[in-house]
Structure formats: structure tokens, C-alpha cells
Ligand binder design. Sequence first.
Ligand code: HEC
Ligand code: HEC
Ligand code: HEC
Ligand code: HEC
Ligand code: HEC
Ligand code: HEC
Ligand code: HEC
Ligand code: HEC
Ligand code: HEC
Ligand code: HEC
Ligand code: HEC
Length: 416
Amino acid sequence: MKRTVVLRTAALLAAFLMFTPLFFLSSPILSQSDEDCMVCHEDPELKSGDGKSLHVDSEEFRSAIHGEAGFSCVDCHSDLREIEEFPHPVKLKAVNCGECHDDAAKEYQTGIHIQASPEEDCCAVTCADCHGKHDIKSTTDISSRVYPLNLPQTCESCHLERVKTKRGGEFIKQYEISVHFKALEKAGLTVSANCSSCHGAHDIKSVVDASSRVSRKNIIRTCGQCHVGIERDYLEGAHGKDYVKGIKDVPVCTDCHSEHDITSPQDLSSPVYATKVADVCSRCHDDEVLARQYGFLTERLKTYSGSFHGTASKFGETRVANCASCHGIHDIRPSVDPKSSINPKNLPQTCGKCHPGAGENFAQGKIHVVSEKTGNKWAYSVKMFYIIMIAAIISVFLVFIAADLFHRLRHNRAKP
Ligand code: HEC
Ligand code: HEC
Ligand code: HEC
Ligand code: HEC
Ligand code: HEC
Ligand code: HEC
Ligand code: HEC
Ligand code: HEC
Ligand code: HEC
Ligand code: HEC
Ligand code: HEC
């Protein structure tokens, strides 16, 4: 019994000692209380000289994070901290959030938004534009403006129309048809990609800045934050190995999937929908300049289009093989690599995915037959043999029929 009382008193004393200095620090005795301010600012009709509402909702402020934490008006409006007489000056200093949020403010200095100016752009971008003023919530609160579910709307409030960036508002709006937005909006998945997952929050940079999260140099890592397994596969493949070396001509995620309007490959609108994959790959693999530079074989599209698979694919058949069905999707390897799906040893297995029981003979037929004569001499000879044989047999039959007909005609005429 006694022990609890002692403990309680000690706890109370400790709490008093801990919080008293805080109390005095955050509201010096001289400073104005919130009630002093609210005498005027509670008034819903209060307007500034230029007609802007100066009403502050004290309920809202008290339930927001700073109000809840016990901060008062003058903690942010610091130039009124020691004012003794009202009315206060008409023009006040802008609130400096960085006084307390050092890290966020420092990071913000490195981003592009701090460079925005009201003259050149739509507006200067301040902390309050993304977080609010008197209604700021914890970033983990579902009603926060920067909570994943609400962030697209916060960014779009400027980027759809007011800001004129190079690719314009339409380019941003495409995000709303993406699988990422649908997962966020429809499935309520906060782990899906929102604007900040790809661009960052305070250190957002222009895409032409190499240190931007969406620059070519960093985009694999940015998508790879969530698509971890795909990042690994990509880095193990031919494209990824060259990417790491800094070669700019290999494709990155966004070359094949696009940026804001990323959809599922099962969706007809995806650039990597089964029947469209060939176009994506041939953009580079049929490019003569790239082929000369990297020494790879061209006419991949032409030879594929000429094949049974390619022809069927053109008619919209999705079950036939496209480039990725044979070469792999993200871990594409050259045929000399023993792990490559097109290494001669692995071909029966690769074709076997769709042609059950495909043996070595089946898989041997060349796929990219640039010229049949040089492609597979044996198959070519057999084919030629058959063509000649069939032509010969048909000719013999035709001669036989003609002779028979001639004979019958003569015979009939000879009769009286
Ligand atoms: C006597 C009434 C009164 C009191 C008390 C008062 N204000 Fe004001 N306040 C005004 C008026 C009027 C304006 C508009 C001035 C103008 O633009 O004409 C204003 C404007 C403001 C502005 C906008 C300034 C700007 O640059 O646009 C802020 C911020 C502000 N007050 C904060 C406070 C705070 C914080 C307190 C408490 C310490 C406080 N006010 C107390 C009347 C008052
Ligand atoms: C977390 C910081 C913070 C606190 C605390 C705070 N304000 Fe503000 N207030 C702002 C910001 C940010 C603005 C936007 C203008 C600026 O950046 O200076 C603003 C603007 C205002 C304005 C101008 C009208 C408007 O809405 O833009 C008034 C009036 C005002 N505050 C009054 C108050 C009063 C009264 C309190 C206390 C009940 C208070 N503020 C507490 C950050 C704060
Ligand atoms: C372009 C929109 C935007 C602007 C402008 C912005 N923020 Fe943020 N802020 C965010 C987003 C988004 C998050 C959530 C990030 C997360 O959850 O990782 C965040 C998180 C925060 C957090 C909590 C997490 C942390 O990083 O400590 C604080 C504090 C913060 N911001 C303060 C500020 C301050 C101060 C400024 C102005 C210097 C500012 N923000 C400007 C978007 C913005
Ligand atoms: C006087 C110091 C002070 C000022 C000025 C201040 N804040 Fe804060 N802010 C805090 C403290 C302390 C917390 C943490 C409160 C808590 O966790 O309960 C906080 C919390 C936050 C959070 C939530 C962080 C999280 O982890 O979720 C955001 C966002 C935020 N502030 C943004 C701002 C913005 C924007 C401004 C300027 C308009 C601002 N703050 C001005 C002290 C301040
Ligand atoms: C899945 C990742 C991803 C998401 C989510 C995303 N972006 Fe982007 N964004 C990109 C990439 C990649 C680029 C670079 C495009 C390029 O190379 O031109 C970009 C470019 C931009 C640009 C710059 C255009 C320019 O001209 O430089 C803006 C502005 C932008 N995004 C805003 C947004 C907004 C706002 C959202 C949320 C509504 C968003 N982004 C969501 C990946 C993303
Ligand atoms: C208050 C309006 C506003 C809000 C809110 C806003 N932005 Fe911006 N943003 C701008 C302006 C203005 C610029 C142009 C800055 C410049 O070019 O100096 C810009 C530039 C950018 C750029 C660089 C574009 C380029 O041309 O290189 C990106 C990327 C971007 N914003 C993304 C975002 C994201 C993501 C969010 C939300 C987290 C967001 N913005 C919220 C106004 C805003
Ligand atoms: C050379 C083009 C190319 C590149 C580069 C590429 N992808 Fe893909 N990706 C594809 C194709 C083709 C498919 C469709 C496979 C299928 O039909 O199952 C695909 C499928 C996907 C899928 C869906 C998986 C499934 O089967 O449903 C995701 C997620 C994905 N890619 C993410 C990424 C990410 C992240 C990166 C960058 C690290 C990336 N991709 C780079 C071509 C590419
Ligand atoms: C913040 C995490 C995150 C980031 C960053 C991210 N994604 Fe996603 N992505 C997801 C989630 C979660 C899904 C699953 C959505 C669903 O299926 O509803 C998804 C789905 C996809 C799909 C469709 C997969 C399918 O089978 O339907 C593709 C393609 C894709 N992402 C590509 C990318 C690319 C490319 C990037 C980088 C530009 C990227 N993602 C960045 C989380 C992310
Ligand atoms: C943006 C251009 C680009 C796109 C799109 C592209 N590639 Fe590549 N690919 C390259 C480059 C560059 C190399 C590197 C050649 C080298 O270093 O030998 C390469 C290498 C390869 C290799 C290894 C070839 C060899 O001889 O080593 C294969 C196989 C391959 N790509 C298949 C594909 C397939 C399949 C697709 C479509 C899913 C595709 N590529 C999309 C540019 C591209
Ligand atoms: C039915 C399976 C199949 C399809 C579909 C297919 N390929 Fe191939 N590809 C192969 C095989 C097997 C080889 C290796 C033997 C050869 O050259 O014929 C190869 C070789 C290649 C090479 C040379 C790589 C090396 O290391 O020798 C490239 C590049 C290539 N294909 C790109 C493509 C592109 C681009 C497409 C789509 C337009 C495509 N392939 C469609 C099976 C396929
Ligand atoms: C993604 C599935 C898929 C893969 C992988 C695939 N094929 Fe096919 N292929 C088909 C389909 C579907 C047909 C249509 C006829 C059928 O049903 O057999 C077809 C038809 C063919 C035909 C002509 C018709 C026939 O049955 O004789 C040949 C030859 C052929 N494939 C060879 C190959 C070879 C060789 C490989 C491996 C290098 C391969 N295929 C890999 C799906 C595939």
C-alpha cells in the first residue's frame, strides 16, 4: 500500500519536473494566449484588407497535431510572441516550419519546389500547400493530406492545370488509369505506388536532374523498392548487366511499361500486352545503328512475324509465343549463357511450356530464320525435296490425265 503511494508521488514529481520547463519554454510568460488571438479570429466574418478570410476554427486547430501537442498560435506566428498591444501589425512574417522541423526543411532545400516562384510558376510551394496550416495531421493519420490515399489529390491540386511542366497535366492525369492508382483507390492498398513513392516528398527533383528518383540512373531502384524480385531478375539479365555498367541504350522499367499509366500486362492497354511485346523489343533490336554498335543480330521482328507464332499473334492470338515467352521477361540472357532459356540445352523445356512433350528435334527448328538456306540446311533440303517431289508427282498425274482424255476423245470421234 505504502509503496504505491510513494511511487505515485515520485511519478507525479518526475512528471512535474519534466514538463514544467517545457511549458515555460513553449509559452514564455509574456506571450499571448490563444484566447487573446481568438477574440478576433474566432469571427467567421473577419477578412483581411484584400478580402481573404482570417477566420480560424479553434476546434479544428485543437484536434490537429500541433494543437493536440499543446502548441499555441504564437509558436508558429512567432513575431507575435511578445506583442503586448492589439491590433497587431497588418503584415506578419511567414511561418517558418523549419524552426522545429529541421530535417524536413533541410531536405526541402534540395528539391525543385523551393525554386518555384509566383511570377514564373503558378505559385510558390510552401510546406502548408502539402500539409495544411491549422489542420495538419500526423502523416500516419488516414485524414492527412499526405497520407498515401490522399496524396495524389494533394499533388494534382497544382499539377493537373496550374503548373505547366513540359509534358503537361494530361501526362499526370494518366496516373489515374494505372494499376497503382486502382490498387490505392479501389483496393485501398497503401503499399501501392503513389506520387511520393516514385518522386519523393521533400526532395522532389526534375527528371533531367540525375539525382532525381525517376532519372534513368535511379529508376530501377525506385521501382525495385517494391518490385524487389523483378529488380533482382533484371539485374541478372543481359539488359541489367549493361545497365549497371552505365550503358544508356538498354531498356529500363519505364521504357517497357511507361510511367504514369502503368497497367497490368493482361490489360489490352499495356505496352507489354502479349501481342504488343514484339513491337517493344524490336524498337531496339531491329535498329541498325544499335545493332552495329552492340553487334547483335537484327531482323528479329521480320523473322518473328514470318513465323507461325508471329502470324497468329498479328491476328490477336495471345496463346502463341511472343519474344518474352522464349527469351524470358526480365532476366533475358544471351543464348551462350547456360542459364538462358534459349540456350540449346534449355530449348526443349522452353518450347515445352506450351508444346507438351516437345523433344530436342522439335526445338531444333530455327526460330529467327533470316534466310532459310543458311538457317537450317537440313530442314531446307528436306523441304526442297518435298516441293520437287510433289511438283513431279502432280506433273506425272496431269500428263497421265491429259493422255487419257486425248485417247478417249479420239476414240469417241472414231465411232460413227
Ligand atoms: C484585435 C483583433 C485581433 C487580435 C486580438 C489578433 N488579430 Fe490577427 N488580425 C486581425 C486583423 C484585423 C487582421 C487583418 C489585417 C489586414 O490584413 O488588414 C489580422 C491578421 C492576422 C494574420 C494574417 C497576417 C498576414 O500577413 O496576412 C495572422 C497570421 C494573425 N492575424 C494572427 C494573429 C495571432 C497569432 C493573434 C494572437 C497573438 C492575433 N492575430 C490576434 C485582428 C486581430
Ligand atoms: C503549425 C503552425 C501554426 C499554428 C500553431 C498556427 N498557425 Fe496560423 N497559420 C499558419 C500558416 C502556415 C499560415 C499560412 C500563412 C503563412 O505561411 O504565414 C497561417 C495563417 C494564419 C492566418 C491568416 C489566414 C489564413 O488562414 O491564411 C491567421 C489569421 C492565423 N494563421 C491565425 C492563427 C491562430 C489564431 C492560431 C492559434 C489558434 C494559429 N494561427 C496557429 C501556421 C500556424
Ligand atoms: C510537395 C508536398 C510536400 C511539401 C511541399 C512538404 N511536405 Fe512534408 N511531407 C510530404 C509527404 C508526402 C510526407 C510523407 C512522407 C512519408 O510518409 O515518408 C511528408 C512528411 C513530413 C513530415 C513527417 C515525416 C518526416 O519527414 O519527418 C514532416 C515533419 C514534414 N513533412 C514537414 C514538412 C515541412 C517542414 C515542410 C516545408 C519545409 C514540408 N513538409 C513540405 C509532402 C510535402
Ligand atoms: C514550435 C515547433 C513547431 C513548429 C513551428 C511546427 N511544428 Fe510541426 N510538429 C512539431 C512537433 C513537436 C510535432 C510532433 C507532435 C506529436 O508527435 O504529437 C509536429 C508534428 C508535425 C507533423 C506530423 C509529423 C508526423 O510524424 O506525422 C507534421 C506533418 C508537421 N508537424 C508539419 C508542420 C508544418 C507544415 C509546420 C509549419 C506550417 C510545422 N509543422 C510547424 C513542432 C512544430
Ligand atoms: C510508378 C512511378 C510514378 C508514380 C506513381 C508517379 N510518377 Fe510522376 N513520373 C514518373 C517518372 C518515371 C517520370 C519521368 C518521365 C520522363 O522520363 O519524362 C515522372 C515525371 C513526372 C513529372 C515531371 C514531368 C516533367 O516534365 O519533368 C511530374 C510533374 C510528375 N511526374 C508528377 C507526378 C504526380 C503528381 C504523381 C501522382 C499523381 C506522379 N507523378 C506519380 C514516375 C511516377
Ligand atoms: C502548390 C502547388 C504544388 C503542389 C501541391 C505540388 N507541386 Fe510539384 N511543382 C509545382 C511547381 C510550381 C513546380 C515548378 C517548379 C519549377 O519549375 O521551378 C513543380 C515542379 C514539380 C516537379 C518537377 C517538374 C519538372 O518540370 O521538372 C515534380 C516532379 C513535381 N513538382 C512533383 C510533385 C509531387 C509529386 C507533388 C505532391 C507530393 C507536388 N509536385 C505537389 C507546384 C506544386
Ligand atoms: C524489356 C522490357 C521490360 C523491362 C525493361 C521491364 N519489364 Fe516488366 N515486363 C515486361 C513484359 C514483356 C512483361 C509481361 C510478362 C507477361 O506477359 O507475363 C512484364 C511484366 C511485369 C510485371 C507483371 C508481372 C506479371 O507477370 O504479372 C511487373 C510488376 C513488371 N513487369 C515490373 C517491372 C519492373 C519493376 C521493371 C524494372 C526493374 C521492369 N518490369 C522492366 C517487359 C519489361
Ligand atoms: C510503393 C510500391 C511500388 C512502387 C514504387 C512501384 N510499384 Fe508497381 N505495383 C505495386 C503494387 C502493390 C502493385 C499491385 C497492384 C495490384 O495488383 O492491384 C503493382 C503493380 C504493378 C504492375 C502490374 C502487375 C500486374 O501483374 O498487374 C506493373 C507492371 C508495375 N507495378 C510496374 C511498376 C514500375 C515500372 C514501377 C516503377 C516506375 C513500379 N511499378 C513502382 C507497388 C509499387
Ligand atoms: C531500349 C532498347 C532495347 C529494348 C526495348 C530491348 N532491348 Fe534487348 N538489348 C538492348 C541492348 C542495347 C542490348 C545489349 C547488347 C549487348 O551488350 O550485347 C540488348 C541485349 C539483348 C539480348 C542479348 C543479346 C546478345 O546478343 O547478347 C537479348 C536476347 C535481348 N536483348 C532481347 C530483348 C527482348 C526479348 C526484348 C523485349 C522484351 C528486348 N531485348 C528489349 C536494347 C534493347
Ligand atoms: C519461339 C521462340 C522465340 C520467339 C517467339 C522469339 N525468339 Fe528470339 N531467339 C529464339 C532462339 C531459340 C534464339 C537463338 C537461336 C536463333 O538465333 O535462332 C533466339 C535469338 C534471338 C536473339 C539473339 C540472341 C543471342 O544470344 O543469340 C535476339 C536478340 C532475339 N532472339 C530477339 C527476339 C525478339 C526481339 C523477338 C520478338 C520480336 C524474338 N526474339 C522472338 C527464340 C525465340
Ligand atoms: C507461349 C507458348 C508457346 C511457346 C513458348 C512456344 N510455342 Fe510454338 N506455338 C504455340 C501455339 C499456341 C501454337 C499454335 C498451334 C498449336 O496449338 O500447337 C504454336 C505453334 C507452333 C508451330 C507451328 C504449328 C505446329 O504445331 O507445328 C511451331 C513449329 C512451333 N510452335 C514451334 C515452337 C518452338 C520451336 C518453340 C520453342 C523455341 C515454341 N514453339 C515455343 C505456343 C508456344
